[in-house]
Design a protein around this ligand. Structure first.
Ligand SMILES: [Zn+2]
Length: 125
């Protein structure tokens, strides 16, 4: 009973995030977190949405890894949702631009082309 209480207490500890770094090339995320007893920050790494390590002395996976992985998963979900919402708006335009490009409609017409198209009989519109 004491054990259950203690572990429940441990799992409700809230990670205090000092900073979040994202390495552009790899997409890896590093969190600097404040130790509950103060002192130098610990660093928790997230690779492809999975916590891969933490510099704190606790048994792994520690609560930093668990909480930050959860946080990161939420972030990714938000990003994907934002991308999906955004693409609803821009996709149509982009598809149209691509279609125009494929069909040569983005080239400016020459005066001769224009005349041939709109005034094929040379009536001088
Ligand atoms: Zn940790």
């Amino acid at each position: 009973m004491t054990t259950a209480l203690t572990s429940r207490k441990a799992s409700t500890k809230v990670v205090r995030i000092l900073a979040r770094y994202q390495l552009k090339a790899s997409g890896h995320v590093v969190y600097a977190v404040r130790p509950s007893k103060g002192g130098d920050p610990y660093y928790t790494t997230i690779v492809n949405g999975k916590a891969s390590g933490c510099t704190c002395p606790a048994m792994k996976p520690c609560y930093h890894m668990l909480q930050l992985e959860e946080r990161e998963t939420g972030r990714i979900v938000n990003q994907v949702e934002a991308m999906l919402n955004a693409s609803d708006e821009v996709d149509e335009d982009e598809a149209y631009e691509a279609w125009k490009h494929d069909h040569g409609y983005d080239e400016p017409m020459t005066r001769e082309d224009y005349a041939a198209f709109f005034d094929p009989n040379g009536w001088g519109l």
